[in-house]
Design a protein around this ligand. Sequence first.
Ligand SMILES: O=C(O)CCC(=O)C(=O)O
Length: 242
Amino acid sequence: MTTNNALDGSKIPDIPSSMFYVPDFINHKEEADLLKAIPSNRWIQLQHRRLQTHPSSLSKSNTLLGAPLPPWLIDPIISKFKSFGLFSDSPHHAPNHVLINEYNPNEGIMPHEDGAAYYPIVATVSLSSALCLDIYEKNHDEDQAPVGSSPKWRVLQEPRSLLVTCGSAYTDTLHGISEVEIDENLGPDTVANWGLLGDSETLVGSGGKNVRTTRISLTYRDVLKVSKIGARILGRPRGQVI
Ligand SMILES: O=C(O)CCC(=O)C(=O)O
């Protein structure tokens, strides 16, 4: 991945190349504005979390109906990505798709990979609560984490932080969020991004525990296949339909 060196000090050690962690990527006001802007009528309730997709879900052939992202998902976040050089080498030079996940305490997501529909970079902005993202080495025979296996690494995502996953961290690992109320045993030896955290002191003070509240994540990606039909419906110029 090409960046403009702004992420040089943010690489998470030990994890396959590369994951980057930036605490306080957005400020409190930007976080509050984003939380207010998330539409309440777009949620899809899943078994262990709520999800919304912007501008729309992918088709069965992993194609995105081309349409702009809503302005509140562009500014300030995509503008800040540009200042880091993020997505500069992706096909559309910017993310065109955002999944918003909401997890209450005791909710999570099974280990999975993001797959080939996207250019291999995902940028995640966390809102409201911290939680641990568990990273597993992929079992290449099955493209799954071995059943019952423990994560090889844990990344603590603080509210307002940015986590960037690209390269072999994207292609050769799985990620998931365990369904717990409290992330425990957090410390320099168990959290891969400990040295990059904005506030490790509070965790030390709480005996290495993070008590979760509701956490929202915005995951920005560049979908490779984009159909121009969406743009035509919106009255934009005609283009090649794929
Ligand atoms: O909420 C997160 O940080 C992870 C979301 C995720 O795994 C996904 O959208 O595929």
